[in-house]
Design a protein around this ligand. Sequence first.
Ligand code: CP
Length: 307
Amino acid sequence: MDKASFVSITDLSKEEILSLVRQTKYFEENPNQTILNGKIIATLFFEPSTRTRLSFETAVNRLGGRVIGFSDASTTSSSKGETLKDTIKMVSNYADLIVMRHFLEGAARYASEVSSVPIVNAGDGANQHPSQTMLDLFSIWKTQGTLDNLTIVMVGDLKYGRTVHSLLQAMSFFNPTFHFVAPDELKMPEGYKEFCRQKGIKFFEHKHFTQDVIDQADILYMTRVQRERFTDIMEYEKVKNVYTLHNDMLATSKDNLRILHPLPRVNEIAYDVDDNPKAYYFQQAQNGLYARQAIICKHLGINIPEL
Ligand code: CP
């Protein structure tokens, strides 16, 4: 694969991850610059998005670059039957870097193989969401003061959740303890559990979202049950309301606990949690702007200070 692209969080070493975290800190303190002057970034979204697309585009705009692209593939020639390969080859004639979200697992890797410019994966099906992972890691580092030796509780759709898959792999460098809370239908896939076993990472599985597991958490990573990933809507109906975090469930949680969620949420975090100081999901989304500034610069080969 083209090393200039960012397809999977596993493309990065521990040192590269830590370097990006420190560069994200630099952009948090210096978000408005002109270092992308003359650069054109394409954002190709074959699947809906609010945060990822808008934060990538804001990242470019705040650094003086320009954005082309689409948020609705039905308005493009892919609706006339143009292949992904042809689309990518065309757009790589126009842009310096392509940010792409696609509904098919593996689409970003394929795009990176046919593109003449770097591809940044903005989510491919249930597979990977590596830029989300970088903002998640920055959020964890910022709120905990470290990435090491943390207890991370992942709750909800662990089967199709690309954000938890990428985060699990990234955290494997930092000796985490995981708790996976999911119904049988949405359990963490065996491949990711085997990954943990091979790396010697402790993990525990739970069907019930209990007070005991909440009270152990440094990070409570809530996720949405994703209707769009189910082929049988009846299966979705069975699990769609499986867990909801309410404010009173946080009364005995650790002081340093922070609640993360990649968003959008549906009903897995009650609105009464939003005012709790341990709720961090809106700041987490804000951190996406700075993380994506760092990612774009890295993949354009622009050197950035580390704080
Ligand atoms: N977290 C995330 O990927 O959000 P969007 O789907 O709104 O981009």
